[in-house]
Design a protein around this ligand. Structure first.
Ligand SMILES: Cc1cc2nc3c(=O)[nH]c(=O)nc-3n(C[C@H](O)[C@H](O)[C@H](O)COP(=O)(O)OP(=O)(O)OC[C@H]3O[C@@H](n4cnc5c(N)ncnc54)[C@H](O)[C@@H]3O)c2cc1C
Length: 392
């Protein structure tokens, strides 16, 4: 066994770096490992986050903010549209810099950070508890001991699989996505664009998130079960050719976005899961950065107390669900409704959203309230959404 730590965090995405930072701040020896040699690269993300999702956990820093979002434009079938003007809506990040800055914060808090270290398996002690991880450390096989392991290794979490958590996703529980970073385009500044409709992105949507300087993340997520004969990239290429008269593709990326599941795999014995590994994703939009930050912070704080005070991982599960449990379930149910909408329903919803928001300046949105109003406005949605209404 190589050097042992109190806490090992696997994966230096937003969840892992926050977990390592808060474990170290909790006064226990902490190691953060990342399989890639460069933190934040590659990253598959459209990089948008709400103001509260970010600032509740991390102080914004101009070094990793590309653009501040103040407007959202929603486009539906038949040229239907709606706009929302919210001057403090959120940010488009530069994740390559943001992820590294979060790992730097973990290091400043006292965590050791090692890159090029790929966790391959967990080690179990005589009592069945996890006692560390086996890893490939830049080509050398190592065993690293730990009293608590935090899996923050993303949507395909090896550690969760090895521990018997994270069941295989069914096709209905995953969106397939494709994204380009494109340059040389003109966009309305500080604005996010979304495009909906069964011809545009079946069961999902297309996004155009401007990053400033003529750059944008343009991507889409679709439900593969709703489009058996056409791939995500084909919808995206058709859209880009319609939307932009000229553009240059600078990067391309593909990935899967899983949805929430009823029994979230947040912990088992002395293993805590956070971020995408724990499936703490907003199932309606596919947003996961804010929940990765929050779950990472809570997992790190809990891990330190597990080592110092002997508390259980159940503390983390309860704390996280107290803050996010209802919201995650709500968005999951919204997604079930969304998947049943016809193009006409989408047009009606956009009309309704435009009536509510128009170009009026707003300072905050309560998604529960807005979605409830939308459901109440339409008899078909009322039938589909009766479970949702009982949650309020
Ligand atoms: C196309 C696309 C667009 C998206 N757009 C948005 C968006 O605009 N806004 C938003 O909020 N969310 C978005 N998401 C979701 C968001 O990217 C994730 O929810 C977020 O990155 C989760 O953070 P994480 O730290 O849990 O995992 P990740 O960011 O995936 O980080 C996991 C880290 O673990 C490392 N790792 C994996 N296995 C190992 C191992 N065995 N050993 C060591 N290290 C390992 C990986 O290399 C990686 O660095 C998008 C997702 C996709 C696919």
């Amino acid at each position: 066994m190589n050097k042992a730590y109190d806490v090992i965090v696997v994966g230096a995405g937003p969840a892992g770096s926050l977990a390592a930072k808060h474990a170290a701040l909790g006064g226990v020896s902490t190691l953060l490992i990342e399989k890639h040699p460069v933190i934040g690269c590659p990253v598959c993300c459209a990089e948008a986050i709400s103001t509260t999702g970010l600032t509740n956990i991390v102080e914004p820093d101009p070094r990793w903010i590309c653009s501040e979002i103040e407007r959202v434009r929603l486009h539906g079938p038949g040229n239907s549209k709606a706009g929302i003007y919210h001057p403090k809506a959120g940010f488009v990040l530069e994740r390559k810099i943001f992820d590294r800055a979060m790992a730097e914060q973990a290091a400043i808090a006292g965590a050791d950070v090692k890159v090029g270290v790929d966790a391959l398996d967990i080690i179990r002690g005589n009592n069945g508890d996890i006692s560390g991880v086996v890893a490939d450390d830049n080509g050398r096989s190592v065993e690293i001991g730990a009293r608590v392991v935090i899996a923050a290794d993303g949507v395909e979490s090896q550690i969760a699989c090895r521990a018997g958590l994270n069941p295989v996703l069914k096709p209905k529980d995953i969106h397939s996505s494709y994204q380009y970073l494109i340059g040389g385009i003109e966009l309305e500044p500080r604005t996010l664009e979304f495009y909906f409709g069964n011809e545009t992105a079946p069961g999902g949507y297309i996004w155009v998130f401007g990053k400033g300087g003529g750059l944008a993340n343009v991507g889409l997520a679709i439900m593969p079960t709703k489009s058996p004969h056409k791939k995500a990239v084909e919808y995206l290429d058709e859209f880009i050719a319609r939307r932009f008269s000229r553009y240059k593709i600078i990067e391309r990326m593909t990935g899967g976005v899983p949805t929430y599941m009823e029994a979230l795999p947040l912990y088992k014995d002395n293993l805590l899961l956070c971020g995408d590994a724990a499936r703490v994703i907003d199932s309606l939009t596919g947003a996961g950065i804010a929940n990765a930050l929050l779950s990472g912070k809570l997992a790190g704080q809990t891990a330190a107390r597990m080592v110092r005070e002997g508390i259980s991982g159940e503390f983390y599960r309860k704390e996280f669900l107290k803050i996010k449990g209802r919201e995650l379930k709500f968005y999951y149910l919204c997604r079930q409704i969304y998947l049943k909408l016809s193009d006409d329903d989408v047009v009606n919803i956009l009309r309704f959203v435009d009536d509510i928001f128009g170009e009026k300046e707003i300072t905050g949105i309560n998604p529960f309230e807005v979605i409830t109003k939308i459901i109440m406005s339409h008899p078909k949605l009322l039938t589909l959404g009766r479970h949702l209404l009982t949650m309020n």
